[in-house]
Design a protein around this ligand. Sequence first.
Ligand SMILES: C[S@@+](CC[C@H](N)C(=O)[O-])C[C@H]1O[C@@H](n2cnc3c(N)ncnc32)[C@H](O)[C@@H]1O
Length: 290
Amino acid sequence: MPDPTQLPLRELIRRGADFLERKGIPDAATVCELLAARLCQCKRIELHRSLDAPLSEPRVDAMRRGIQRVAGGEPVQYVLGQWDFRHLTLKCDRRALIPRPETEGLVELVLKSPQLNGNPKPLVVDVGTGTGCVILSIAQEHPGGVYVGLDISPDALALAGENAKLTGLEDKVMFAESDGCGEFEPASVDILVSNPPYIPSATVDALDPWIRDHEPRLALDGGADGLNFYRSFLMDAIMVLKSGGAVFFEIGDDQSQALRDMMEEHGLEEVRILKDLAGRDRYATGVMAG
Ligand SMILES: C[S@@+](CC[C@H](N)C(=O)[O-])C[C@H]1O[C@@H](n2cnc3c(N)ncnc32)[C@H](O)[C@@H]1O
């Protein structure tokens, strides 16, 4: 990495991007712009205002450290320490999965559902909450419900709690440690939503190293066929869902038939498979029989 002291930000970004590209890091220019925007405490789109100003030495050092971490294989989201999801900027670190854009679509399905909109105070439970991105977004965009985020990982729950405070939603969302959702009263929940671990174990081993070596395995690994979570979760789900309540899952793009079969076998009705913005099967929904 060349010594960038006294360089204007534009040049620092250019040299950083060249360096990362040579290291084989994808989207190197975007990564450097994101790091620079974090340093300048602005949005990436506002960076142009600072491009020609020389950076102070501590900022140059911070930028250089960030670039080195990304070059070493760390995801840029963890280096930034924050990531945007829908209307929220959330703290993001190794304790939980980095929120993905397709999961924003899962939130959209819940927000449009009759189970949410036709009920003055719905109980909505997000199982496998991670950073809290799903349930915090629902609570922010549809105030008035009772919102609970569950996770088996104490680390993820600590991060979700920090995100609730950061977004001013700590009085609106409760987080608790749980394996699945079986501890609710029978027939008490209006909506279950989950983006669980759904990648087959062997595929996790073959993932890009910046995912496999940095994001929690507990958030990725769905067992031999990727379906372990759905199997055990559905047994609890049909106990705790109210009649007419709904379940919303994110799924792997090759899991739609398996999910449809499993959900119908558990007696869920109106089972639908929906696509993400890239046109891939990504969500499975179903309604608890009356
Ligand atoms: C794919 S991540 C999703 C995190 C977050 N909801 C998101 O969309 O970014 C799955 C999460 O499920 C949690 N998890 C895995 N098995 C679980 C279980 N049996 N019960 C509850 N949570 C579980 C993991 O700790 C992880 O935080």
